[in-house]
Design a protein around this ligand. Structure first.
Ligand code: ZN
Length: 554
């Protein structure tokens, strides 16, 4: 039975078109044309072209944007599985290289949903899409009518002297809070305690039934109009009730900061003043709001299954090979838009086909060079990142249940090879002794290492490494670095404005193949270095994450 399953799972991948020599030669010709016509391509660009060749498959329109649970994602997963097999990796999933991830998918029926503020007999309708959107990432009740309480930043971090919930009665109420934090709280701490999951633990314990989060207008990756469009796309969660992160939650509203004033009507608070305090990271007042929030929510539910792809390069040292260094990257993206008009496919070339392509090329390079680490290396292409880090959390949970000894995660998500790789941003650099490993490797390649220049964007917890961090596993995430106010910073800003989570993140954008090549080599060297360490990676004593999680099964 399992063998038959196994075979049916592999067949499509064997038929899958692989980028041939011609495709790679074409890419190299393009580099040559772009540079000196007589030069032969540098090895970095050649390596980059090999990596990018996988992107041309994974971000092709035929993959339909690789939404978790879609047929396109499944085709992409089969391609990655086939590449892992060719790279000589051992299958690490439950069906060959694939690990099934059962999902819940919910799509709003907006015509049958509504949101309004109720003050006495007066009912003020809120416009879905303009004033606020309903998030179905958590749980929801079909009808909610509850008092509102404004909790400032809505954080409780006693070690940092922050307790926005002190003295507030949240019982049966909807918590209104800015998704922001006082500026004296370190970025990584803000990021963790400010996450919706950590917030909900707190609010739930205090008896709250829902949340209304006001986005921080000073650190939004996307303009509100683009955020609003996402409300019509499906929301997903892991289907296993034991993995529900939002138990008891009846309502999750995301509020447009441009219209959040409506919630405060009838109070003496000045919204402009509140915004100024948010901008400056100063503490916020907290108070009951005179309005109640009334919601009707209707949604369609389906239960798709999606897949992680797991390949393993067994360690060479019998003493260490049952410890695993994970290289991760998410394979899924946003699928096909139900609203964008001309080009509707979210190809996700940078987000994150190229990260998965790096995994494939690292595996192939290690095989070609006959290299393996003392520890085993897991090559993990996960699903459901865009839907809330679902595939990585599922993988980590199942691995922990098996008491697998995961010792580190090195994640690549949207590393943005838009200019030469001279600097590397390392999320988590100061948090664990993996920081020393990445510094050594980068130095050997004449690459400068820098910490997150924009901690407010919370990127240390916004990709799959966070699924590992939360259970105590030291982790890093890497991307190309730049100095603030440099031409590179401008290039990256432009990329976010025009292509981030947009159909334009496709195969036609300008990329720096040499940067991709160097990044691929860097990940390979870092993986080997961590796999060869004499001791297991450990959090630094100063790290907020050292205390967070139960010790990993040793
Ligand atoms: Zn993304």
């Amino acid at each position: 039975m399992s063998d038959a399953l196994h075979r049916s799972a592999v067949q499509p991948e064997m038929r899958m078109r692989e980028p041939g020599r011609a495709a790679i030669a074409g890419l190299l010709a393009a580099i040559l044309a772009a540079n000196a016509p007589t030069a032969s391509p540098a090895p970095d660009a050649e390596n980059g072209a090999r990596t990018w060749a996988h992107v041309t498959v994974l971000a092709d329109d035929s993959m339909e944007g690789r939404r978790a649970g879609s047929a396109g994602h499944r085709r992409a997963a089969d391609y990655v599985a086939g590449q892992f097999r060719r790279a000589g990796l051992k299958a690490g999933g439950e069906q060959g290289f694939l690990q099934s991830v059962p999902l819940l998918e919910q799509r709003i029926v907006e015509g049958q949903s509504s949101l309004s503020l109720v003050r006495g007999t007066e009912v003020e309708a809120l416009s879905l899409g303009e004033d606020a959107i309903l998030s179905l990432r958590g749980n929801f009740a079909p009808a909610v009518d509850a008092p509102l309480v404004f909790a400032g930043y809505g954080l409780s971090i006693p070690e940092q002297g922050v307790d926005d919930l002190a003295g507030l009665d949240l019982k049966g109420k909807v918590v209104v809070a800015f998704i922001a934090a006082p500026s004296h709280v370190p970025g990584s701490v803000q990021a963790h305690f400010g996450s919706p999951v950590e917030r909900w633990k707190l609010y739930r314990a205090a008896g709250a039934i829902g949340v209304a989060f006001i986005l921080n207008p000073f650190s939004m990756d996307l303009p509100w109009k683009r955020i609003a469009l996402t409300r019509l796309e499906p929301f997903m969660a892991l289907a296993d009730p034991a993995l529900d992160q939002y138990p008891g939650q009846q309502l999750w509203v995301t509020v447009n900061p441009a219209h959040a004033e409506k919630l405060l009507a009838g109070t003496t608070a000045s919204y402009d003043e509140l915004l100024a305090r948010v901008r400056d990271g100063e503490s916020l007042p907290r108070f009951d709001l005179p309005a109640r929030l009334r919601a009707t929510i209707s949604a369609n539910l389906t239960q798709p299954t999606s897949h992680n792809v797991v390949g393993i390069l067994r360690g060479r040292d019998p003493k260490f090979r049952d410890e695993f260094v994970v290289l991760s990257a998410h394979l899924d993206h946003l699928g096909i838009s139900s609203t964008e008009s001309a080009d509707r496919i979210f190809n996700g070339a940078m987000d994150n086909a190229v990260g998965v392509a790096v995994l494939i090329e690292v595996a192939k390079r290690l095989r070609a060079e006959h290299k393996r680490g003392r520890r085993s290396i897991v090559f993990l292409a996960v699903t459901g990142e865009e839907m809330g880090l679902l595939g990585s959390r599922y993988y980590v949970t199942r691995a922990m249940e098996r008491r697998a000894r995961l010792v580190a995660d090195i994640n690549s998500d949207m590393f943005l090879p838009l200019f030469p790789l001279k600097r590397l941003i390392v999320f988590g650099l100061e948090e664990s002794d993996l920081g020393a490993d990445v510094r050594t490797v980068a130095e050997s390649m004449a690459i400068d290492v820098q910490t997150d220049p924009e901690p407010l964007r919370n990127r240390f917890i916004r990709s799959d490494q966070y699924s590992f961090i939360r259970v105590g596993i030291p982790s890093l995430a890497l991307k190309l670095g730049f100095e603030l106010d440099s031409p590179e910073a401008a290039i990256e800003r432009k990329w976010f404005a025009e292509r981030y989570h947009a159909p334009a993140d496709d195969l036609t954008q300008p990329v720096d193949l040499s940067a991709i090549g160097r990044f691929t080599v860097l990940v390979e060297r870092l993986a080997l270095r961590v796999a060869d360490r004499a001791d297991r990676p450990a959090w630094n004593a100063s790290s907020a994450f050292a205390e967070l999680a139960p010790a990993v099964a040793r």
